[in-house]
Design a protein around this ligand. Structure first.
Ligand SMILES: Nc1ncnc2c1ncn2[C@@H]1O[C@H](COP(=O)(O)OP(=O)(O)OP(=O)(O)O)[C@@H](O)[C@H]1O
Ligand SMILES: [Mg+2]
Length: 243
């Protein structure tokens, strides 16, 4: 079980205009929502703390007990405990079932267990009936749910989800929100999501991380953030004046 993640002095530069520069602690048993305007660095930060991209400098420490696991970016078994669900995950031109089983196959999970986990994950996201359909024939809402099922099947210690409901209708949004909130409540594991939907952050998140221009400007309890952010820039964002 990953107890917490500490990111220290992270710097990631893509070009002269954007630099991610932040430190962050993530505890388990709470849902973190990263919010902020377009281009503020939310996805970049998510990729780094999920060990999917290396920072130029700084460290990402995963605590399995009291001490951090050494060399996290080179540690395949640690990286397999973390799952990142990108907004538009690459789905293979295979069945929904095979797409869900993808990560389990990589991990060489035994056939019987793989089957049980896939069936359970598809049940959770409401795609059991579509198990034999071609993944490329899914609607965008179903595809997002499949991407989530693929991650849930791994039962990761740390789950990172990037804009899981971007451009979805209210029904699909509700299904996905339900899955995320149940995972946090039932598993007590690490869960971080990026969202543009402030209403969603308000209903789901325990903690809100507000980013602006590559920096974390606020990290607060969701209730206090939505009562009134501390900084002027976050207030403007909450009022919908910048996006
Ligand atoms: N692979 C990349 N190569 C070059 N620049 C990049 C790359 N990924 C991101 N950037 C730049 O870094 C900045 C932050 O991007 P990022 O995707 O992290 O923002 P975001 O907060 O997730 O935005 P959005 O809300 O639009 O998803 C942007 O200016 C973006 O153009
Ligand atoms: Mg993004």
């Amino acid at each position: 079980m990953i107890e917490k993640i500490e990111a220290h002095n992270i710097i990631k530069r893509y070009n002269s205009r954007f630099t991610l520069e932040c430190s962050l602690d993530i505890q388990r048993n709470a849902l973190y929502a990263i919010v902020g305007p377009n281009g503020s660095g939310k996805s970049t930060l998510l990729k780094i703390i999920s060990l999917n991209d290396r920072p130029d400098s700084g460290s990402v420490d995963y605590f399995d007990g009291d001490s951090p696991v050494p060399n996290p970016f080179n540690n395949i078994s640690l990286r397999r405990k973390a799952a990142l669900v990108p907004t538009r995950a690459a789905l293979f031109k295979e069945t929904v079932y095979d797409n869900t089983a993808y990560g389990l196959k990589l991990r060489k999970v035994a056939k019987k267990e793989m089957r049980e986990r896939v069936i359970q994950a598809l049940h959770v996201v409401g795609l059991s009936e579509k198990a034999d359909s071609d993944a490329h024939e899914l609607s965008s809402g179903e595809a997002q749910r499949l991407a989530l099922a693929r991650a849930l099947a791994l039962d990761p210690s740390a789950l990172f989800i990037d804009e899981p409901t971007a451009s979805l209708d209210p029904d699909n949004t509700g299904i996905i929100e339900d899955i995320i909130s149940k995972r946090v409540k039932s598993s007590g594991k690490i869960t971080v999501m990026v969202t543009h939907n402030l209403n969603q952050a308000k209903t789901l998140a325990d903690l809100v991380i507000f980013m602006y221009k590559g920096k974390i400007i606020e990290l607060s309890e969701a209730a206090s953030f939505f009562k009134g952010p501390s900084t002027e820039i976050a207030k403007k964002f909450a009022r919908g004046e910048i996006y």
